[in-house]
Write a protein that binds this ligand. Structure first.
Ligand code: SF4
Ligand code: SF4
Length: 436
């Protein structure tokens, strides 16, 4: 296939960045760069679905990588993966095409943050407010490359279910199945009695409604007892965090000194954001550096000795700045801090700090054990405009059929049916399909 046909195929299949906000991949791959990085770092504690994908489908992922490298014109491809995954590295090495190599990474958090990874691998600092493109790099995650290699509509999601359950597991589930069903499949009998984090222990969000559907971008589910210290941190209210932060911050600046973006030379200083609380609720005089916070949570869950929540304050400041119409500026390439390598947060220490040290990172790829009778496919699972339905109530569909297309001239990615069945409901936000 030629480049235009490859891009069209990726677009038709609805491939999006599966590890983040879901940026449409066919748009990302219109770039021209020399270096293509595969983000296989998986730094979130207990999550490892990319490792499982690499173990089970290395050929498809390499095919996807070769296509992606050709599209952007990259002369080198680099797979950034934790050095501790020696079995996966050994499996991949003989399969690597010309120009592709493995970069074994140290076991720290957040090694998978795009800015941190690009610095670790290339020594270049992406400017604050910039993209990897600014330093001649495109970064893609493993599952996205798998879908490029597969050349089929994206109708399933790989995710790890881990935490306090008997048998942690990695599943491939149809897009649109509920979180509750996935938990039942993983053997969690009373999911309503747990705190469930969607996305990971560090950057996840508490699942407010277990009947919401799995989307193309969910990478993991963490199950915690409701009285686990990490669960309690996630469920404390923003108001109480701000009140405690006002009184409790002693301005030790550990949050700043360990912040991965500050360590890259970005103008982000969470202790300054905390200081502003003394004078106001953030918003009237927010710390402008908050715009460059990636919300990795390291300051709140690892650095702060007072158990305060500088990440929340930075996130709220960022929101206030955005709401006022300001946008990040591209400030040019700064210099990384001279101690950036010494100040990394080792995963083992982080796990102890957040109370997950008694758990091990396990859970092989296992067939999902429950028949899926109904799916709810959101029309917006990506950055850009929501899809427009192309089916109506009563339409019969088979797995892989187009059910929602991108509005003419808009950024987005189409959505497809993930099971065979009949459309039972079409709303502005989702399409429900039930098996015959
Ligand atoms: S680490 Fe905690 S106590 Fe120290 S400056 Fe930051 S928020 Fe304040
Ligand atoms: S969450 Fe905290 S540590 Fe992470 S980038 Fe933001 S300020 Fe820095």
């Amino acid at each position: 296939m030629d480049s235009a046909a490859d891009l069209e195929k990726i677009k038709e299949c609805g491939v999006v960045g599966s590890g983040g906000a879901g940026f449409p991949t066919h748009v990302k791959l219109k770039a021209e760069v020399g270096t293509f990085i595969v983000n296989a770092a998986e730094c979130e504690p207990l999550l490892h679905k990319d490792k499982e994908l690499l173990k089970n489908y290395p050929d498809k992922i390499i095919d996807g990588l070769k296509t992606a490298m050709e599209l952007v014109g990259a002369y080198e491809g680099i797979i950034g993966i934790k050095g501790k995954y020696k079995d996966v590295i050994d499996l991949l090495k003989p399969l690597l095409p010309h120009g592709v190599r493995i970069h074994p990474m140290r076991d720290f958090y957040p090694a998978g943050d795009e800015f941190t990874m690009v610095y670790e691998i290339t020594g270049k600092v992406i400017p604050p407010g910039g993209l990897p493109l600014a330093v001649g790099v495109v970064v893609s995650n493993v599952e996205t490359l798998y879908h490029i290699g597969l050349q089929k509509p994206v109708v399933s999601k790989f995710l790890t279910v881990a935490g306090y359950l008997e048998n942690p597991v990695t599943f491939e589930v149809p897009v649109g199945v509920t979180i509750r069903e996935v938990l039942y499949g993983a053997g969690v009998e009373r999911p309503d009695d747990k705190t469930v984090l969607l996305g990971g222990a560090m950057m996840g969000k508490v699942a407010e409604n277990l009947d919401t559907p799995v989307t193309k971008t969910l990478g993991g589910i963490i199950v915690l007892p409701v009285d686990h210290p990490l669960a309690l941190k996630y469920t404390r209210t923003s108001g109480s965090s701000i009140r405690v932060g006002k009184a409790g911050c002693d301005q030790c600046s550990f949050c700043t000194e360990l912040c991965p973006r500050y360590l890259l030379g970005h103008p982000l200083k969470p202790h300054i954001a905390m200081r502003s609380l003394v004078f106001n609720r953030q918003g009237t005089d927010p710390h402008m550096g908050s715009l460059y916070c990636c919300e990795c949570n390291l300051c709140s869950l690892y650095a702060c000795p007072e158990d305060l929540d500088p990440k929340l304050v930075c996130a709220e400041s960022k929101k206030a700045i955005f709401d006022s119409g300001m946008r990040p500026e591209n400030l040019g390439s700064p210099e990384a801090h001279p101690l950036v390598n010494e100040r990394r947060a080792p995963l083992s220490r982080l796990m102890r700090k957040i109370g997950l040290h008694e758990l091990t990172n396990k859970g092989p790829l296992t067939p999902y054990p429950i028949p899926v009778l109904k799916v709810t496919i959101p029309l917006s699972q990506h950055i850009g405009a929501p899809c427009e339905p192309v089916v109506v109530q009563g339409s019969q569909v088979v797995k892989g059929d187009l059910i929602g297309r991108v509005p003419e001239g808009k950024l987005g990615a189409p959505v497809h049916s993930s099971i065979d069945g009949m459309v039972s409901k079409v709303t502005k936000s989702a399409i429900v399909i039930e098996r015959f």
